[in-house]
Design a protein around this ligand. Structure first.
Ligand code: KIV
Ligand code: ZN
Length: 385
């Protein structure tokens, strides 16, 4: 039987930490409903202690969303954990996600705590969370810049206190795939117990998706991701990229699967973009408007013969409309005549050559040629303009 890679969506928590994004509880609920349709395993709905609005959003999502488990973030402070549970308590299934920083930089400049205090805090926070729910996740923040032996000590303390998921945050996007993968494999080897390992990769070096996949290859069975790759600074690993990489290169992840309904990906991306005000870059993998668009003549010729020549994903399988042939200065006769045929225009003999020549002249002056432009070209050629 296939083994599940758990998709833990943190668009509503880490994604909302993108500069300039602030979602109200109703907007968060709308996104959570769509995430449930997408069939993610976990929705991290917020950080209840951060604000009353975030508390209310987590609470509403916990009350109303069925299907995914609802998670919320908490520092190790006991009062934070209590508040986190207060927001989550109506959920059908709930997870408390407890975190504390472990890197020397964070200990010295932010927490002003000793390693011994971190261990004590970890035990107390995780233990408190465990009094409320079986499902407790623990994260040593800035794990990839934490001395390895100390990180193991903290993770051991978390498991002994009841954590069932150990999340390894690459908080500042410092990891490189083979290095991050080795870290995950070593943790699996060194920490005994019944838990799953999770990745949480930021994109400061543009490696968040690659690092998440390296984690899975080395034993992680949960990935933390955000729709459209939202998140602090350069963002988090993009949900749509990780999910489609696991699906399209399943040959490299034998026996592993997600339960994501990929046909909902484009719609989810558009909703998140509209409500956050963050545009999706045109050439964004999977959900960008150009992800299935072809402009050059050679590519268009290939795709018009068989889309597998230049596409590895079926656009419809991710909710996009299909391959798009965009007419521009690199386009060739195949694309031009195919567009004429789709527009129901039949030209004969020299008229095709002459219209194609006019089209090329116009394409040199204009980025994209529309159907209205084609109609005008044909009309001129036929002497009706
Ligand atoms: O990036 C990070 O370290 C986090 C933790 C709170 C998991 O978002
Ligand atoms: Zn993060």
């Amino acid at each position: 039987m296939a083994e599940r890679v758990v998709i833990f969506d943190t668009t509503l928590r880490d994604g909302e930490q993108s500069p300039g994004i602030s979602l109200d509880p109703i907007e968060k609920l709308e996104i959570a409903e769509q995430l449930a349709k997408l069939n993610v395993d976990y929705i991290e709905a917020g950080f209840p202690v951060a604000s009353q609005g975030d508390f209310d959003a987590v609470s509403e999502i916990a009350k109303q969303i069925e299907g995914p488990t609802i998670a919320a973030l908490s520092r190790t402070h006991l009062a934070d954990v209590d508040r986190c549970w207060e927001a989550l308590k109506h959920a059908e299934k709930a997870r408390i996600h407890v975190f504390i920083s472990t890197s020397p930089s964070h200990l010295e400049h932010m927490l002003k705590m000793t390693p011994a205090q971190i261990i004590k805090e970890t035990k107390a926070g995780v233990y408190r969370a465990k009094q409320y729910t079986e499902d407790v996740e623990f994260s040593p923040q800035d794990a990839t810049r934490t001395p390895y032996d100390f990180m193991l000590e903290v993770l051991n303390a978390a498991v002994e206190s009841g954590a069932t998921t150990l999340n390894i945050p690459d908080t500042v996007g410092y990891g490189i795939p083979w290095d991050f993968g080795a870290l995950i494999a070593n943790i699996r080897k060194e920490i005994p117990g019944d838990y799953i390992i999770s990745t949480h990769c930021h994109n400061d070096l543009g490696l968040a998706t690659a690092n998440s996949l390296a984690g899975v290859q080395n034993g992680a069975r949960q990935v933390e991701v955000c729709v459209n790759g939202l998140g602090e600074r350069a963002g988090n690993a993009a949900l749509e990229e990780v999910v489609m990489a696991l699906a399209i290169r399943s040959d490299l992840f034998p026996g592993l699967t997600t339960q994501i309904r990929t046909e909902e990906l484009a719609k989810t991306s558009r909703l998140v973009s509209r409500l956050t005000g963050y545009p999706v870059q045109y050439n964004k993998a999977v959900v960008g408007r150009n992800a299935f668009a072809h402009e050059s003549g050679i590519h268009q010729h290939g795709v018009l013969s068989d889309r597998s020549t230049y596409e590895i994903i079926d656009a419809k399988s991710v909710g996009q409309t299909g391959s798009q042939i965009v007419l521009g200065k690199h386009s060739g006769r195949h694309a031009f005549t195919d567009t004429l045929a789709k527009m129901g225009i039949t030209l004969h003999g020299d008229a095709v050559n002459a219209s194609f020549k006019r089209f090329k002249e116009l394409a040199d002056k204009k980025f994209e040629i529309t159907e209205a432009d084609i109609e005008a070209i044909v009309a001129q050629e036929m002497g009706v303009a």
